[in-house]
Ligand binder design. Structure first.
Ligand code: URA
Length: 202
């Protein structure tokens, strides 16, 4: 596929096809495929994660693994239909650090997020969501180019550009990593509350 030029593709489908051949950063070398965003062309809500994990890399779809399942459950509990939501990631290739047979996910760095942001920008141009949910620090950085403490912004609705709102929340994988059942329940409740707030702003 040709290197994307400055002209913006007219449809998400064209954009997705371009992204399939993306070599903007070295991550494509280790990944199985580009995992592009998915959802309706004019979804009012866009949700941005970090990057595909092992399962997403193999499936070619965002949020289909364990974090995705938790995401789906809480989205539903917040009254949001995933089929009407555009779901994407800050970085579109799995960052794989092979360890023996295991494929270990590593957090993307600022340079990788900046390289990949071109795609996220085009997704925003074409989907034109009313509300964008940033799940985790990588998504927040991709959308704002700032690295504030997630805890300071979490659960708040902020302006994103002139006619869009940004809701900051945690990444669902964070909930999976909490060792304590009590904290897990509390953090899950807050995550759901954040998604409900995003829904209220639609
Ligand atoms: N984590 C993410 O940030 N995105 C996915 O698509 C899956 C897991």
């Amino acid at each position: 596929a040709p290197e994307p030029g400055p002209e913006v593709p007219a449809t998400l489908d064209t954009l997705r096809k371009q992204a399939a051949g993306c070599t903007r950063c070295p991550l494509h070398c280790q990944a199985t495929q580009t995992v592009f965003g998915e959802g309706p062309e004019r979804a009012p809500l866009m949700v941005v994660g970090e990057q595909p994990g092992d399962r997403e890399d193999l499936a070619g779809r965002p949020f289909v693994g364990p974090a995705g399942q938790l995401f789906d459950e809480n989205l539903q509990a917040a009254g949001i239909e995933r089929a009407r939501t555009y779901v994407t990631n800050a970085v579109k290739h799995f960052k794989n650090e092979p360890r023996g047979k295991r494929r270990i996910h590593r957090t993307p760095n600022a340079g990788e997020i900046r390289q990949c942001r071109w795609w996220l920008g085009r997704e925003l141009d074409l989907v034109r969501p009313k509300v964008v949910v940033a799940m985790g620090a990588s998504a927040l950085f991709a959308l704002t180019d700032e690295k504030p403490r997630l805890a300071d912004l979490r659960g708040q609705v902020l302006p994103l550009g002139t006619d869009r709102h940004l809701l900051v929340t945690v990444h669902p994988a964070y909930l999976l990593r909490l060792p304590d059942a009590g904290r897990q329940a509390e953090e899950t409740r807050r995550f759901r509350q954040d998604l409900t707030l995003a829904h209220d702003w639609l």
